[in-house]
Design a protein around this ligand. Sequence first.
Ligand code: EPZ
Length: 423
Amino acid sequence: MDSIVVKGNGALNGQIPIAGAKNACLTLMPATLLSDEPLTLTNAPRLSDIATMTQLLESLGAEVSSLDDGHVIVLSSHKADNPVAHYDIVRKMRASNLVLGPLLARHGQATVSLPGGCAIGARPMDIHTDALTAMGAEIKLKDGYLHAVAPKGLQGAVIDFPFASVGATENIMMAATLAKGTTVINNAAREPEIVDLADCLRKMGAQIDGDGTSSITIQGVDRLHGATHPVVTDRIELGTYMLAPAIAGGEVELLGGRMDLVAAFAEKLDLAGIDVSETANGLKVKRRGDLINAVDVVTEPFPGFPTDLQAQMMALLCTANGVSVLEEKIFENRFMHAPELIRMGANIDVQGGHATVTGVDRLKGAPVMATDLRASVSLILAGLAAEGETVISRVYHLDRGYEHVVAKLRGVGAKIERIKQNG
Ligand code: EPZ
């Protein structure tokens, strides 16, 4: 397994290009199942999660080809006749569950393996299944698979989500595009990836209103046609790289960055003493002074502070001037980066969903282990300003969500390299 070696090397300066959003692409790809005509996605990121979704869709009979070094994906489902999503693929990635709604809409039936838990939590699917049941599906759990049938097809329904689940909003929105009648999702997720999916579905002929608000209305139509759609900028990759100059000093411009995608995050950076400004090409980030102010963070559904940036923010706050409290309200086990940061000299006390970070002068490089996608990149960020060398193992987690992370950081002066190891 490869590892990444980072040496604290002073200020970073230059530009980092931001890719298309992994979490938008992972919900846009299954939309191919809603039509027999080709769906072309541009500005797609080249990531192992995208390869996994490709493998899953191909197992369902879709044809997927990638062009332009993986940044254009052409999907065609005219031969997609298999409604069964097998465990051996689904277990690799939770987002595989996003084929459930489209399969039900396409075939009137679907058999999808439960993804199983993952490092950050149990991640049940009750919100998805309750909503599809309200739309006329009969769903049974058997041998770890969800067996869903909608003998009379899916019917529109008014659905009240107990929690603004991103995946459930995406699954129901896709299923509802071909349901009979009107579906209303109340307490829907408002993430930019939801709006991006709605934009794409509208290009395919769907009738959707209210995406980006807590109430989304979908008027079912008989069929959807093909479309070409650019994947929205990745706000989590953006926020991650905004923290590089925040932690190491210097001034970095994030090409393609948009303030509306990271408003709550940028607000916290401002309180911490980091300047974020809009430029003609994206966002520019630099520290205002030598000291980082301690700030408290609570993760919430969009437009609140994103849970996917909690680990990275913690890396910044490890050397803040004072005590910061981070409350993780979305997932039940998303502080696995804390013990690794403690190995680097951080002072962090985790009690349930709260992590109290008492700033220290400087972290010290150490051998650490990546535990999940966002935790792995928080260790790289910490290593950018640590004294000495940090060696991060199990970096395959990184490949799921960050394309060219070493090249992007070297491009602004970081001392970072990837060590290929067999096995
Ligand atoms: C999406 O996951 C993202 N993944 C996650 O990003 C992100 O952290 C999460 O949304 C929250 O923003 C993709 O978009 C592919 P949820 P999702 O349904 O849809 C509970 C990353 O690092 N829940 O909003 O699975 C669930 O257990 C990944 O890129 C239920 O209880 O998130 C969790 O505690 C990690 N029942 C909370 O809601 C359900 O039926 C948020 O889940 C569904 C969810």
